[in-house]
Design a protein around this ligand. Structure first.
Ligand code: ADP
Ligand code: MG
Length: 336
């Protein structure tokens, strides 16, 4: 694969190359090597045939979607599959991933919180990045001291909320394997195959939703949800129900720090997932517009990792810094 991607003389690009993979990637593997200029590098190589296997899975999924649609009347499946197909094409071509990673590396160059390994070389099915190593987030979750878990959680939140504003992109794969806590206190982030493109930053309607939920304004909230396609057409949804559904997700922003743990996450999952609860019915009246699919998934995934870290997180200050408009009217109240 490397010969195909970098030419028959590919070995000359490296001073050393460890033939035993250092890590598994989802559709390939990662080797540790030394680039010809002496830099330590990670070489991610796609498995031959990965592309065809993924395409065939997706064809299967498209066929099944017709059968699934009647089961989830609130959700439009076809646009979701189209979105999935487009994102998958990007994940298959490591040149897209490399371009994303370069954008992140440039935006966070010299940052004291976030480290993004530089891209050294890229091809459609192989890419070379600077080797960076620290403590994996999965180890921090399993056995990190409290201070370490809190540091990692705050950094992760900072990364999630700052990237749309700083890069115009949102890293869309908040899997613990994609983050490492470095000895110098920074959070290293890898794996830019999936990103949401947000040239204008995080969409305003989302922060508006948070603001209206925090300010307890059910009627305005429902209107906003309807205007932006978050309510199934024809659904009779009482404004109070919409507020009750969404407000608990804004709860972590009401205090300076909030303790995220599995218990809180389970409570939220039960609240909206339990068939006997009114929230379940509310959920069926709501729709997820395809352009929000990735953001939703990433936000939920990041929340999940924060909860796994079982940490006090100063989320309010972080969100306030990157989306001050959510708190605008509070400021106005204070100044009045
Ligand atoms: N620049 C790097 N430095 C050190 N390790 C890396 C680097 N890039 C990848 N790895 C290792 O390879 C694994 C898989 O890489 P990743 O880009 O996350 O692939 P995938 O997209 O398949 O998840 C990572 O979890 C990490 O252990
Ligand atoms: Mg990964």
């Amino acid at each position: 694969m490397l010969a195909e991607q970098f030419g028959r003389g590919w070995r000359e690009r490296f001073r050393e190359f460890d033939e035993t993979p250092a890590a598994a990637a989802s559709i390939g593997q990662v080797h540790r090597a030394v680039w010809r200029d002496g830099r330590e590098v990670a070489v991610k190589v796609q498995y031959p045939g990965a592309e065809e296997a993924l395409r065939s899975d997706l064809r299967q999924l498209s066929r099944m979607s017709r059968l699934m649609q009647p089961l989830v009347p609130g959700l439009e499946i076809k646009p979701l599959i189209t979105e999935l197909r487009e994102r998958m094409e990007e994940e298959l071509d490591y040149r897209d991933e490399a371009a994303n990673q370069r954008a992140f590396a440039t935006a966070y160059e010299g940052d004291d919180k976030i480290k993004v390994p530089r891209v050294v070389a890229s091809a459609p099915r192989a890419m070379v990045t600077e080797w960076v190593t620290g403590t994996r987030l999965s180890d921090v979750i399993r056995s990190g001291a409290r201070a370490e878990r809190e540091a990692a959680a705050a950094l992760l939140a900072e990364f999630h909320y700052s990237a749309p504003a700083r890069v115009g992109l949102l890293h869309a794969d908040p899997h613990p394997g994609n983050f490492q806590l470095l000895a110098d206190g920074r959070l290293m982030v890898i794996d830019y195959g999936a990103v949401a493109r947000l040239p204008e930053g995080l969409p305003r309607p989302l922060s508006e939703m948070v603001r209206l939920a925090m300010e307890d304004k059910p009627a305005d909230l429902l209107e906003l949800l309807r205007d932006h396609g978050f309510v199934r057409s024809g659904a009779a949804l009482p404004a109070e129900e919409a507020l009750n559904y969404l407000a608990p997700f804004a709860e972590p922003l009401r205090t300076e720090t909030f303790h995220f743990d599995r218990h809180w996450l389970q409570g939220q999952a039960e609240r909206i997932g339990d068939l006997r609860r009114p929230e379940f019915r509310t959920g069926r009246e709501l729709n997820l517009p395809p352009e929000y699919l990735l953001i939703h998934r990433v936000t939920m995934g990041t929340l999940g990792v924060l909860c796994q870290l079982d940490a006090d997180v100063p989320l309010r200050g972080i969100v306030r810094h990157w989306q001050p408009w959510i708190f605008d009217s509070e400021d106005a109240d204070q100044h009045a």
